[in-house]
Ligand binder design. Structure first.
Ligand SMILES: Nc1ncnc2c1ncn2[C@@H]1O[C@H](COP(=O)(O)OP(=O)(O)O)[C@@H](O)[C@H]1O
Ligand SMILES: O=P(O)(O)OC[C@H]1O[C@](O)(COP(=O)(O)O)[C@@H](O)[C@@H]1O
Ligand SMILES: [Mg+2]
Length: 505
């Protein structure tokens, strides 16, 4: 086993291609820290669990290996624990397995934790907050937990909120975040000054790619100052565009809630002659919500996402398909992700290039734009009178509480973060990898973005369920596949592309 010298990347190489992309530990820069037995050892709820504590050498494989020999095939697919392997197993990239350790690096009454939420809303934020508080309190006896009010800037310009199990008791039933959120306002030194001045030694940071980039620089500054402070990230994105992890919390809830908008569009469209229902769903750069909501509904005739370019006019274009569908069926439903067709919009509208406080590009409203284009096309062509209704449920979807399965997922993420920080790990984010919870270095989840791959089976399923045109010629498809193969070789990552966004403050 060899450790890489790079501080950013803590790589451990094993035999035959095994690589552990490890996360930092407080002892990397503060040697000789005392350890304590994990209080869970004497917790009646957990003490009976066989193998409750995670072995220090357990890691989670990033990829399931597909093998062709039948013996190996059955071994892989019929024994799920295979995904959790020992460090001597020679199978590609691995992450440290999440969970409680026998030894912890904090005494219960020594811990002073804080929680912050940043970026846009997502169902499940309150559940994660609740479960960090309850996990710390009930599993580790911690009772000093602060909520940072209003995102990163709350560290240095707002009062804090005391969080106890009583305060957070029923917050999982509410949407939003009880400690509020914001965009922009990341000032690393002011944030770390505040952490130091308040005597905080565990920082739980819930947010998307921007937030996790912010968490990475906070960790670096804390390390630079030599502080015994664990920094743990919990990735949040309703768009499901964070790489490495199987799925982000709130995504299932969003897909489920999107059905209500699609149902309404279908009812409206189906109740009038040549009715068209257009629904805009979230997805700045990734069309996962639109794709899954379409597959879940079966009432959608066309799904447009950022990853799949489309065109309006001429043979094989959207207008032709709409006309065909209305003639066949009398009505239709179109789902469009907010980032779809932005190239067409900037061609026809003056490009605005505005940004939000975090530096994210503000997109123009593609739903409104496409609705107007369709209306105008059919009116000007005198082809047929259409009745189009446009629904934008974005904030209604984001603001709801998480559903039951997301609640369970949020709980496990929160508890993984708590176990990791108590065990002295820092500079990590938690996530489900191949169905197992793992600790992932920040850079792994911020450097790329997860996208729908339109040459994969899932998009093919969608095309076959809607029967919409692919909007691609055979030549373009072949080029897409070639490009995909090239990326695959370069990145060794199924459906990610480089995250080119610049640092934002
Ligand atoms: N590169 C970065 N470095 C430091 N902080 C960042 C960076 N990008 C974004 N942030 C901060 O993270 C927070 C949330 O970012 P934002 O992009 O709005 O949402 P999300 O985390 O959901 O992507 C903001 O306070 C923003 O200032
Ligand atoms: O109006 P707001 O609050 O800026 O949020 C809009 C954006 O938030 C999102 O829902 C999620 O964005 P983040 O993950 O960056 O917070 C996007 O899909 C959407 O474009
Ligand atoms: Mg973001």
């Amino acid at each position: 086993m060899e450790h890489s010298g790079n501080l950013q990347l803590k790589l451990v190489d094993g035999d035959a291609g095994y690589v552990l992309e490890d996360v930092p530990h407080l002892t990397d820069y503060i040697p000789d820290l005392p350890t304590y037995p994990n209080p869970l050892r004497s917790n009646p709820a957990y003490s009976v669990v066989k193998q409750y504590f995670v072995d220090v050498d357990h890691t989670v494989a990033q990829k399931v290996i597909y093998a062709s020999t039948s013996k190996f095939f059955w071994f892989v697919f019929l024994s799920p624990p295979f995904i959790v392997v020992h460090k001597d197993d020679p199978r590609g990239t691995h992450f440290r397995r999440a969970g409680p350790r026998q030894k912890v690096y904090f005494e219960s009454d020594e811990v002073h934790a804080c929680i912050v939420t940043c970026g846009g809303l997502c169902p499940g934020l309150n559940t994660v907050i609740r479960e960090i508080v309850c996990g710390l309190y009930h599993m580790y006896g911690v009772n000093k937990i602060l909520g940072i009010d209003g995102g990163y800037r709350g560290f240095y310009c707002k009062n804090t909120i005391d969080l106890t199990p009583k305060v957070v008791n029923d917050i999982h039933k509410r949407g939003g975040t009880i400690i509020k959120t914001s965009r922009g306002g990341h000032d690393t030194s002011k944030i770390v000054d505040s952490i130091q001045d308040r005597g905080i030694n565990q920082v739980y940071i819930i947010g998307g790619d921007g937030t996790q980039k912010g968490a990475a620089v906070i960790y670096e500054e804390i390390r630079h100052r030599g502080l015994k402070v664990a920094v743990a990230g919990i990735p949040k994105t309703i768009d499901n565009d964070i790489p490495v992890i199987d799925k982000s919390f709130g995504f299932d809830t969003a897909v489920e809630e999107a059905q209500r908008a699609i149902d309404a569009a279908h009812v409206e469209a189906g109740s009038i002659e040549n009715g068209i229902g257009v629904v805009k769903l979230m997805g700045r750069y990734s069309g996962f919500i639109a794709m899954y909501a379409t597959l879940g509904s079966r009432d959608v005739d066309c799904c447009l996402i950022p990853e799949s370019p489309f065109y309006l006019e001429g043979r094989g274009g959207l207008y032709e398909y709409i006309e065909k569908r209305l003639k066949e069926n009398g009505h239709m439903v179109i789902v469009i992700a907010e980032g779809a067709g932005q190239d067409l919009l900037s061609e026809s509208l003056q490009s605005m290039n505005h940004q939000d406080a975090s530096g994210n590009k503000l997109l123009q409203d593609v739903g409104l734009w496409i609705s107007q284009k369709i209306k105008h096309h059919f009116a000007s062509q005198h082809k047929m009178a259409i009745n189009l209704k446009y629904i934008d449920p974005t904030y209604m979807i984001r603001a709801i509480p998480s559903n039951a399965s997301d609640n369970v997922y949020c709980t496990l993420l929160a508890h993984s973060a708590v176990h990791g920080a108590m065990a002295g790990y820092t500079g990590f984010t938690v996530g489900l990898v191949n169905g197992r919870h793992a600790y992932i270095p920040f850079n792994r989840i911020t450097e790329k973005q997860k996208n729908v791959v339109i040459t994969d089976r899932m998009w093919a399923r969608l095309l076959s369920s809607t029967n919409q045109p692919s909007f691609l010629s055979h030549k373009e498809l072949a080029e897409f596949k070639k490009e995909k193969q090239h990326q695959h070789q370069l990145l060794d990552d199924e459906n990610c592309k480089d995250n080119k966004s610049e640092p934002k403050t």
